[in-house]
Design a protein around this ligand. Structure first.
Ligand code: PXP
Length: 248
């Protein structure tokens, strides 16, 4: 059964819309943990559009599950990760003009740079995950440069029409199998919702799903603790039918 990492960037998005001090993602992380979150994920972006350095520092002190720091493969971020010492780092591609992370990291093209960063983080005892598309060449390159995990990008599955969803799901299943067979641990995420999560949660070999936007959206309606609880139930007991969609 996959565990659930909650991405709380979207809480900071609301705060930064007004450049004020609320809502504060730090106590919200605690509520997510009370709801059953197995980990808290934050993306400290270079432009600091949502999560701030202060959030990361306080989350490191207060998160009682696992803190997963998503970040770009840059020297600035590596220094921050070493100083913060999160439970794991997930390297993601980052472009200033994007609304959210678009596509996976091109590990094949940036093999040497990413390998150096992984070595640096490992030398400080920080395990690393690479956010990649479920493509064999990217999975093999991730293994070659000693990543501990890959996080398989579920965005294409999430946006696929019903006709293509099965094909996109098959890519995640095959990517999970391939990664596991090489000895890589597997997480998955991006674009997962209450409607589309169950076929992904049913894939054996995926350790953790990282989910943000849909849970924070639901929390506006019913509160964060219960929104996490509902997602946890879907992940714990998913329907196996890949095209099943759940209506709440
Ligand atoms: N995983 C990664 C690597 C991400 O960048 C994001 C979005 O910040 C997520 C998971 C969560 O995506 P969503 O907010 O669509 O659930």
């Amino acid at each position: 059964m996959a565990s659930l990492g909650i991405n709380i960037d979207h809480i900071a998005n609301v705060r930064e819309a007004r450049k004020t001090n609320e809502p504060d993602p730090v106590p919200m992380a605690f509520l997510a943990e009370l709801g059953g979150a197995d980990g808290i994920t934050v993306h400290l972006r270079e432009d600091r559009r949502h999560i701030q350095d202060r959030d990361l520092k306080l989350l490191k002190e207060t998160v009682r599950t696992r803190l997963n720091l998503e970040m770009a493969a840059t020297n600035e971020m590596v220094e921050i990760a070493i100083k913060t010492n999160p439970d794991m780092v997930t390297l993601v591609p980052e472009r200033r003009e994007e609304v959210t992370t678009e596509g996976g990291l091109d590990v094949v093209a940036q093999r040497i740079k990413i390998k150096t960063i992984i070595q640096r983080l490992h030398s400080h005892g920080i395990p690393v995950s690479l956010f990649i598309d479920p493509i064999n060449a990217q999975i093999e390159a991730s293994k070659e440069i000693n990543s501990n995990w890959v996080e398989l990008h579920t965005g294409n599955y999430a946006i696929a029409s019903w006709k293509n969803q099965e094909k996109e799901l098959a890519k995640i299943i095959e990517g999970t199998y391939k990664s596991n067979s090489l000895g890589l641990r597997v997480n998955a995420g991006h674009g997962l919702t209450y409607q589309n999560v169950e076929p992904i949660a049913a894939i054996e070999g995926i350790e953790e799903l990282n989910i943000g936007h849909t849970i924070i959206s639901r929390a506006l309606a019913i509160g964060l603790k219960d929104a996490v609880k509902e997602m946890k139930l879907l992940i714990q007991d998913p329907r196996k039918d890949p095209l099943f969609t759940h209506q709440i």
